[in-house]
Design a protein around this ligand. Structure first.
Ligand SMILES: Cc1cc2nc3c(=O)[nH]c(=O)nc-3n(C[C@H](O)[C@H](O)[C@H](O)COP(=O)(O)O)c2cc1C
Length: 462
């Protein structure tokens, strides 16, 4: 059978993910795996229609498609995203319809599930027959168990194609409502009172819901607001995945375009950040994705700590919970506070006016109050992945992160760094676990757990 592999790594031939595909090709020599370097060749595919059509013809002639990609900022690389947009924009969707498909990524498991949700949903939108997702760690191929499971994944996929197994659509089609937003209510601007507000957006049409939402957000503030259309930013291209940034945050683009200067001087110094975007398929635009990918010049160091973030979305956000999860995870990792989200998917223009005014006022209010919600699982769990990997196996590649994590006290959250707990676990726990003591201890657990909290509360209520 002919399997076309769409490579989503900007590294092309040097992709780690593609080594898993090369392995599959070796153990299943009776099948033909053809790798197309989509992310690396995006510029060509976008500007040379014949090159794009060759890719589509290749897909048309194949028995199945394997989406092979690396994780890039909680989803796929901007160039891969753009390729997906091109499929829909250029009406090439029929080449994919009815084809068997599967997804194979490599990553460090930071929001790999949201990337896979996205690709699966795109396959459903393309009316493909989705068989399976396989998301190993970037080093799993180096282990016997990793190779064994990859072999199984390949076998399941190939057999599903051969046996034409039935598949079911998991993600319902998106329904966009026909609604034209026109700000109607008089605005009552709130003073920025010394807080720096930055509003980033990608509105490409002056008379669009997004453009009107951006205008409404701007008018909610009295005082200076920096409004930037990210289409106007001097951003040459997407992240190269070269990792030159690891040692000292020196990006391959440093001094070559305006992104880093803009990000450090405008975004990283803001108190309130408003991100306004229109949904394109099941994410924002590829331009937004490029903006997010390029943040990697800071590698894994959070640089938006304590900032208030408001999201303003044009599109059916409520139908794509995956997108909100991506934002929640991203801003949690960055240490920012996601104040709230407003989309144009419900209500009339007056409702939207009120919602946008309220969101902007709330963001400002939170900034003034220094309000930061506690992290949820997304932030707490995600940070532990980075902490462990930067302390351990990734330290050699990302020494700048290592220095930052030490400075930020992140390594103090290792359980073994808490001396009191270690002493307790070493000397006291064995005694407590002696059966007669344990029996008595178990009866006291509830009261003992709540005791320190009671003491704190007592201190403030007496
Ligand atoms: C800019 C950039 C962003 C990344 N974002 C993520 C991420 O969000 N989650 C994750 O688990 N890994 C992330 N990674 C790690 C890569 O996905 C991982 O190293 C992968 O194996 C690279 O595969 P490739 O060589 O095929 O590109 C990122 C790497 C880079 C360079």
């Amino acid at each position: 059978m002919k399997i076309t592999v769409l490579n989503g790594s900007p590294k092309g031939e040097l992709s780690v993910t593609m080594q898993s595909v090369a392995y599959l090709a070796k153990i299943y020599p009776q099948h033909e795996f053809t790798i197309l370097h989509i992310a690396q060749r995006l510029k060509r595919l976008e500007h040379d229609r014949a090159a794009f059509d060759t890719v589509i013809d290749q897909i048309r002639e194949s028995d199945a498609v394997l989406w092979g990609f690396s994780l890039y900022i909680l989803i796929v690389h901007a160039h891969y995203k753009r390729f997906i947009e091109l499929i829909f924009e250029r009406g090439a969707h029929d080449a994919f319809a009815g084809k068997y498909t599967a997804a194979l990524s490599t990553s460090i498991h930071f929001f790999d599930h949201t990337a896979h949700n996205y690709i699966h949903a795109i396959c459903d939108d393309l009316e493909m027959r989705f068989v399976d997702s396989f998301s190993p760690d970037m080093h799993d191929l180096l282990t016997e168990e990793g190779r064994k499971q990859l072999t199984q994944f390949g076998r399941q996929f190939l057999e599903a194609i051969e046996n034409q197994v039935p598949t079911q659509r998991q993600y319902p089609p998106l329904i966009s409502r026909a609604f034209s937003y026109q700000p109607t209510l008089p605005s009552a601007p709130v003073s920025t009172a010394g807080k720096k507000v930055v509003l980033l957006h990608d509105a490409n049409l002056a008379d669009s819901n997004l453009a009107h939402m951006v205008a409404r957000c701007r008018s909610a503030f009295a005082g200076e607001v920096r409004v930037v259309n990210i289409h106007d930013l001097d951003m040459k291209s997407g992240c190269l995945g070269c990792l030159e940034c690891g040692a000292n945050y020196e990006c391959a683009y440093t001094g070559k375009d305006g992104y880093i200067e803009f990000y450090t001087s405008t975004v990283m110094t803001a108190d309130v950040l408003v991100y306004a975007g229109r949904m394109v398929d099941r994410y924002l635009s590829a331009r937004w994705k490029m903006f997010f990918d390029r943040i990697f010049f800071n590698t894994h160091t959070p640089v938006l700590v304590g900032k208030q973030v408001a999201l303003v979305i044009a599109g059916p956000l409520g139908q794509v919970p995956n997108l909100l999860e991506i934002f929640r995870g991203f801003f949690a990792f960055q240490g920012a506070n996601l104040v709230g989200v407003v989309s144009d998917e419900s209500g009339d223009s007056a409702d939207l006016d009120r919602l946008l005014d309220q969101l902007m006022a709330r963001a400002l209010n939170y900034a003034q109050a220094g309000y930061l919600r506690p992290q949820t699982f997304l932030g707490v769990g995600g940070m532990k992945i980075f902490r462990d990997d930067i302390y351990g196996r990734l330290r050699m590649i990302f020494p700048a992160d290592h220095r930052a994590y030490a400075r930020m006290g992140l390594y103090k959250t290792f359980p073994q760094a808490a001396l009191g707990t270690t002493l307790l676990n070493t000397f006291v726990v064995p005694i407590i676990n002696l059966p007669p003591i344990r029996k008595k201890f178990d009866k006291l657990i509830k009261a003992q757990m709540v005791q320190p909290h009671k003491l704190v509360v007592a201190k403030y209520t007496n």
